[in-house]
Structures are given as C-alpha cells and as structure tokens.
Design a protein around this ligand. Structure first.
Ligand SMILES: Nc1ncnc2c1ncn2[C@@H]1O[C@H](COP(=O)(O)OP(=O)(O)OP(=O)(O)O)[C@@H](O)[C@H]1O
Ligand SMILES: Cc1ncsc1CCO
Ligand SMILES: [Mg+2]
Length: 280
C-alpha cells in the first residue's frame, strides 16, 4: 500500500475508534441534555438522544432555568419556531450554562429567513456556544449577517458552498462550526474535517438536522475539551445509523423508525466498517 493511503487508513481507524469510544462513554454516562427546541423537532430529538443513550429534557420555561440548568451536562438551543417570548429563556439558559461551565450548542434554524430571526441568532452566537450546527444556507446567512434565499428551514446550498462561511464564522465566534449535507463539514476556523456518512433520504424527514445537533450536544458533553472531534463523531454516528436504517426502510416514515433502531443497536463493527471521515 502507498504510504499516503496507509496514513489515510490509520486516520480512518483512529476516527472510528474515537467515535466508538465516545458513543460507549455516552451510553455509560447518560448525560443530561437540556433542549430548548422547536415544536416540530421535540419528539425526534428526544428519541434520538434516548436511543443514543443520553437523557433528554425539553425544559424551556425561563422560570425553571436557574434551578435546572446548573445540573445539566450540555444544552441545545434551537430557534426553529422562535417567538419573542422564547428568546429570554434561550439567553438565560446559555448564560447559566456558561457560568456552570457546561457546553451549549446552537442550531440557527432558518437564520436568514427574517430580520427578527437573524438578529436573535447573531445575539446567541455572541453568547459563546461551543458548537454551531446548521445547513449550508443557515451558516452562510449567519456568517454574512444577511438574509438569504427564502427556502425557510431547508437549504438552498450544498454544504461545500458554505466552507468559507463556516471557517469565517468559526474564527469570528470562537465556536466549532458544522455544516450538514451530503458531506458534513466541521471546522474550528483552521482545520476542516468532512464526514461522508448518511443518506439523502434523511432530508425528507423533518428535524433530522435538529436531532443531530442535540446528538452533538451529547457527544460534546462526554468530551468537552475536544469539541471538533466530538462533533464529527456525532455526525458520523448519526449518518451511519441513517445508512443502516435505509437498508430496511421503504421511505421517510420507515427510515425515521429504522434510523432510531439502528442508532440504539449500533456496534463497534458497524462503526469501524462504515465510518468515513477525511481532512478537507
Ligand atoms: N445529501 C445527503 N446525503 C447524505 N446525508 C445527508 C444529505 N443531506 C443531509 N444529510 C444528513 O441529514 C441530516 C440532516 O441534515 P440537513 O442538512 O438536512 O439538516 P437541516 O436542513 O438542518 O434539517 P432540519 O432543519 O429538518 O432539522 C444530517 O445528519 C446530514 O448529514
Ligand atoms: C419544518 C420546521 N419549521 C420550523 S422548525 C422546523 C423543523 C425543521 O427544522
Ligand atoms: Mg435545521
């Protein structure tokens, strides 16, 4: 084997081992993940976290944050069905999480769809999330701080179109930035990693993006000092569950069910043989 191919294979093996180690830790530790998320995603997000081994809590009332948030292991904030009443709770939860030293992850759903949403997302970015995960259009809108094409929560861009936007957002915010798509891109502003797992049918199930953001929160909860690696691991594990689910699915509804079952049953052999991560 060529030395460069040998290096790539060793790289692949070490990514697979790391992803498996983190998933095993997650299953052992069952981190508590607070989710302040949109109404559409609540069910899939909670079930994704449970099937991976984490413990979800959809607690979003501002009255509960001071008591509850200090006890969590990570927080996921998703602006999908944002209204002015929810924003103060998102702010408060991120501040309490920061104060308690707990990582929090932002999903800037449809960031470029309205001025209200864009302004809210930019404010939340300023509150120092550990990771920001969006689709291509969302990351471009956030990075340029401007409204984008109006396809709502779906992307009108390929993830690769958002590579420079992702790097620049990572540099300006200090967060790890992840862009989902056919290739998931993860960057700290300098290093860029690509995850080549997943199936395109995942886009036909609402809130798979929201669910993988929560899974990223659970992975970062068990390895907060390596947020880039934890984020890439969560995206590859979710993508592998999608691939395995697709082998049994007849369409989006049965893929949703089989993806959750595959995530629950995932073993080391499947992770080692299927995981595809590369440096970009
Ligand atoms: N073309 C594709 N091929 C393989 N996997 C894909 C493809 N597009 C998306 N995915 C995977 O589907 C999941 C959701 O990503 P997507 O980009 O659709 O998120 P999103 O637009 O934020 O979704 P939502 O807003 O509905 O939650 C990710 O795990 C991603 O890797
Ligand atoms: C469809 C939809 N609308 C607002 S949030 C959401 C879930 C996917 O982001
Ligand atoms: Mg989304």
């Amino acid at each position: 084997m060529e030395p460069s191919n040998l290096n790539k294979e060793q790289d692949q093996n070490s990514w697979a081992l790391n992803a498996w180690t983190l998933l095993s830790k997650l299953r052992d530790q069952s981190p508590l993940i607070q989710c302040i998320t949109n109404f559409v995603s609540m069910d899939l997000m909670a079930n994704t976290l449970l099937s991976a081994g984490a413990s979800p809590a959809m607690i979003h009332s501002i009255e509960e944050i001071q008591d509850f948030t200090p006890h969590i292991h990570a927080l996921c904030i998703n602006v999908g069905t944002l209204s002015p009443a929810w924003l103060p709770a998102m702010r408060e939860a991120s501040l309490v999480a920061n104060k308690a030293g707990k990582p929090w992850i932002l999903d800037p759903v449809a960031a470029g769809a309205s001025r209200f949403r864009l302004k809210a997302c930019l404010e939340l970015v300023g509150l120092k999330p550990s990771v920001i995960r969006g689709n291509g259009s969302e990351i471009i809108a956030l990075s340029k701080a401007s409204l984008g094409p109006t396809k709502g929560v779906d992307s009108s861009h390929e993830s690769m179109d958002a590579m420079e936007a992702a790097k620049s957002l990572a540099q300006s915010s200090g967060a790890i930035v992840a862009v989902s798509g056919a290739v998931d891109i993860i960057t700290d502003g300098h290093r860029v990693v690509g995850v080549h797992n997943g199936v395109s049918m995942m886009q036909k199930i609402t809130a798979t993006g929201c669910a993988v953001t929560a899974l990223i929160a659970a992975f970062v909860a068990v390895d907060p000092l390596h947020a880039l690696e934890a984020t890439a691991s969560a995206l590859s594990i979710f993508g592998i569950a999608g691939e395995m689910g697709m082998d049994m699915a007849k369409g989006p509804a049965s893929l949703r069910m089989h993806l959750i079952d595959s995530l629950y049953n995932l073993d080391q052999a499947a992770v080692s043989s299927r995981l595809k991560v590369s440096s970009l």
